[in-house]
Design a protein around this ligand. Structure first.
Ligand code: GFB
Length: 311
């Protein structure tokens, strides 16, 4: 990518897309094509075709997706499958038809089998059964990877995919039920502290292990991949370190300074027991995450307070 190239960020208002937007601006890119979902419904084939015919972008970051935490994935199973497939099918196919030079597709670590060996290597894809709570989302994301690979094989398209671990950071979703664990706990501890509640409920046993990456670190990795990586093989993006949900909760509790107790609700699902990424491939390209977990949670908490103040 050269600074004057026309770059389309699909999903620029979301957490990943907005981080990509900030990164491109920081790098001096000025010719950015952006559409909010109210201006362009990416599930609509005719609308996406018209957009690509008119704009003809040079490069595409495909960050638009229907996303959410364990409860949202498990509840809106049809929407997670349908909407994600429609968005990615439309954007990838129209990119091919309009001669986009390179496309980067954002997937997710939930593509791996539930009991794949840890840390998860890229080679473990499609070697076993998926985690039930997010199977529809995972199948959509696996389809996205396979579409990029197939368009490369058949049409010689330079399409690459990255699989981020659990993300958090600026512009996250803090919905009490639909969000991911980290933003959910920021909200729960903050509200409990303000209301003087004696306890905070944590879903599940607290035993699952998760890895967390600040979204700006993902944007750095994706920029590097777009600039320097031309292979068919998709890449894991993560820190290579994980912790239990219980330890995550205690870390957030300390940062927010909530003095009460943690209650574990085992009626709620745990999901995958562990999904630690093997990140040796992306690290061999020269990328390392810069924002540690405590620092990142403090940045996210400040952003949460800002969002709260403007709503
Ligand atoms: O982040 P999360 O919703 O998704 O939940 P996954 C991670 C773990 O935290 C689960 C527990 O064991 C949850 O039960 N947890 C504890 C909570 N308290 C809470 C809470 O208040 N809210 C939430 N949301 N969780 C998602 C997938 O899986 O990860 C998606 O469903 C996607 O497909 C995403 O891949 C990255 O890590 O289990």
């Amino acid at each position: 990518m050269e600074v004057g190239d026309k770059i389309y960020i699909a999903g620029h208002r979301g957490m990943v897309g907005s981080a990509m937007h900030r990164k491109l601006i920081k790098e001096g890119f000025t010719n950015l094509v952006l559409r909010s979902s109210s201006d362009l419904d990416l599930r609509n084939q005719a609308a996406v075709a018209h957009f690509f015919e008119t704009e003809k972008p040079d490069y595409v970051f495909l960050a638009a997706a229907k996303v959410g935490g364990i409860h949202a994935n498990n509840t809106y199973r049809a929407q997670f499958l349908y909407e994600n497939l429609m968005i990615q099918n439309n954007v990838i196919h129209q990119s091919y038809l309009q001669g986009v030079k390179k496309l980067l597709f954002f997937g997710s670590s939930c593509i791996y089998p539930k009991f794949a060996p840890q840390p998860l290597k890229e080679e473990s894809l499609l070697t076993g059964l998926l985690e039930e709570t997010n199977e529809p989302y995972a199948i959509a994301k696996i389809s996205g990877i396979k579409m990029c690979e197939a368009y490369r094989d058949q049409y010689n398209c330079n399409y690459v995919s990255v699989m981020p671990t659990n993300l958090y950071g600026y512009a996250d979703n803090y919905h009490p039920e639909h969000s991911h664990v980290l933003p959910a706990l920021i909200r729960k501890f903050h509200e409990a502290k303000i209301s003087g509640a004696k306890q905070v409920e944590i879903w599940g046993s607290g035993m699952p292990l998760r890895e967390f990456l600040f979204v700006d670190d993902l944007a750095e990795a994706a920029f590097l991949v777009m600039q320097n990586y031309q292979e068919k093989q998709f890449l894991n993006i993560g820190t290579g370190e994980d912790l239990t949900i219980k330890d995550l909760a205690k870390t957030i509790q300390k940062i927010i300074d909530f003095k009460g107790d943690l209650i574990f609700n085992t009626e709620k699902p745990d999901g995958t027991p562990r999904k630690l990424m093997d990140v040796s491939k992306i690290k061999s390209l020269g990328w390392v995450p810069k924002i540690g977990l405590e620092e990142g949670i403090k940045l996210a908490y400040t952003d949460f307070l800002k969002i709260l103040a403007t709503n």
